[in-house]
Every structure is written in C-alpha cells, then in structure tokens.
Design a protein around this ligand. Structure first.
Ligand SMILES: [Zn+2]
Length: 287
C-alpha cells in the first residue's frame, strides 16, 4: 500500500478535497519516543494534517505545525517539505493524557510557512479550543483562507489517515451539497477512519456522489536527519559550547528529536569540522 496524497473534486457542489494515507514508517517515527497513548494519537493526527495543509498550497518550502506549552505537553512539531516528506514529534510528560484541548490549553499552536530562499514566510495561530486537532484546524482554515473546511484525522494501529473537504474559492458553490457532504463525513468515526484504506473510505462515504479522484501523489513519512545535518547543528552551536563536552565526555552524542536516531561524533571529527569552518567562508558550511 503506497503512501499517498490524493486530490478530490465534487464538481456539482463546488467542493475540493484531499485524502491522505500513510502505512509505512509509522513505527519508526512514533515508536522511538514511547509516547503516552493520547500524545501518540495527537502526533499521528498532526502528521496526517500536514499533507492536507500542503495539498492546495502553491507555497514552495516547508510547512510547520508547532505547539509550545508549559503543561504536560511541552512541544509538538510536525513538518512537511516540498517533496511531501513528513515527520512529527512531541515532548510530553510520560503520564500526559487528555483530549486535544486538555493537552493544548496553556500553550500556543501555530502554522508556519518556512520558505525556500526568495519567497515570503507566513505564520498564523491555530485556535486551541475544541476537543480535536481536526476541529482546531477547521478554525484555522476558516480564519486564514475564509473558506469553509471540514477535516478528519486519525491514527489507527497501522495507518495514519486524513481527509479534507473545502469550498472552492471560485465557481458555483452548492450550500445544500456542502451540508450533505458534512452529514456523510460525520458518519465516519475516528476508529473506522484509522482502520480502512482510502478507496474503501471513498466508496463507503461517497459512492452515490459525483466524485472525481485525481492521480495520487506519493508522500513519505520519514525523518530528514542525517550525519551532515547533525554536523551542521554542531557547527551552529559553536565550538565554545561543544569543546567542554568533548573534554568532559570524550565524544558528542546527539539524538534526533524526531526519529530517535543517535549520532556519535568523536573529538577528532568534531575538531576537524570547526577547523574546516575556520578555513572556509561561513556560507559554505551553514544551512
Ligand atoms: Zn531524525
């Protein structure tokens, strides 16, 4: 089962949509950090949301969904890049529990467009009221795009799933058709959503509708970290930060916060990095 983002169109109603299915890489991304069940569910839903946020954007760059708080959930980050590669992580107390609003209540949640060189960045806050991330993001779309949007996100045992329906910005819009689609979508429970494949979902909800399903686009749930990016991180932290660690521990151990991959750097290698940076223009090694 390939991991895909599929665009949808209900031409008679003036409504577009997008469907996300991910079945690979879930254990690698969510398993390394031993999340409490409610946190794991939230990270999975945040990952499902990212391709939907990117589905119609002409934006070229990286989209981040980012939460910072002071309660049991301290941080949640999900990212997607222009190649539809997604990753997500959270920092939370081992006993963190509750629905979306409970976990989010004392922090801020934002969608950030992190542009490639030459384009404009953008940040918008997502309201954190409502029991689910889906509802919160519906509020975000209503505010930022002024378009009615329905969103459902699910983490199943072997599946990350999401579906978005949105009024088209132009053309004729059928309000009764929209209400009809909402009734159909409301019959989809989160547990079922996380258990059935996309084709089954579309058949089950919309088999009587005039629905156009476009060619699925491949996406990938995987971390972007590699030894080179960790080396860049060490450079950006600076020699004065890292040298004491080398002296004290005889190595630098860096664990990727997203996927849990460990990177071990020995003193010679780290000192060569700094030496190389000193002898090169700074732009050659910074990212
Ligand atoms: Zn990683």
């Amino acid at each position: 089962m390939p991991d895909t983002l599929t665009d949808l169109l209900f031409p008679a109603y003036g409504v577009r949509g997008a469907l996300v299915e991910i079945t690979s890489g879930i254990d690698a991304m969510l398993g390394a950090r031993h999340y409490a069940p409610d946190v794991r569910r939230l990270v999975g839903q945040a990952i499902a949301a990212m391709p939907l946020l990117a589905s119609h954007s002409k934006f070229e760059g990286r989209i981040n969904l980012q939460f910072q708080g002071k309660g049991a959930l301290q941080m949640l980050v999900a990212q997607i890049d222009r190649h539809l590669q997604v990753r997500g992580m959270a920092k939370a107390a081992a006993d963190a529990q509750g629905d979306f609003e409970t976990l989010m209540h004392d922090g801020t949640l934002a969608v950030m467009l992190d542009p490639d060189a030459g384009t404009q960045g953008y940040q918008a806050f997502v309201p954190t009221r409502g029991a689910t991330l889906s509802r919160a993001l519906e509020g975000y779309f209503a505010q930022s795009e002024q378009l009615p949007t329905m969103l459902r996100l699910a983490l199943g045992p072997q599946r990350i799933a999401g579906i978005l329906l949105q009024r088209l910005p132009e053309g004729s819009f059928d309000a009764d058709g929209w209400d009809h689609l909402q009734i159909l979508l409301d019959t989809l429970g989160e547990e079922e959503h996380g258990a059935i494949d996309g084709a089954t979902l579309l058949r089950r909800l919309f088999h009587e509708e005039d629905l156009r399903v476009f060619e699925p686009r491949p996406l990938k749930l995987a971390c972007r970290c590699d030894r080179g990016s960790i080396a860049s991180l060490l450079l950006s932290l600076g020699e004065s930060e890292i040298e004491p660690v080398l002296v004290e521990q005889g190595k630098v151990d860096v664990t990727c916060e997203f996927c849990g991959q460990q990177y071990l750097f020995m003193p010679d290698e780290v000192r060569q990095l700094y030496a190389a940076e000193r002898s090169e223009p700074a732009t050659a090694t910074r990212h």
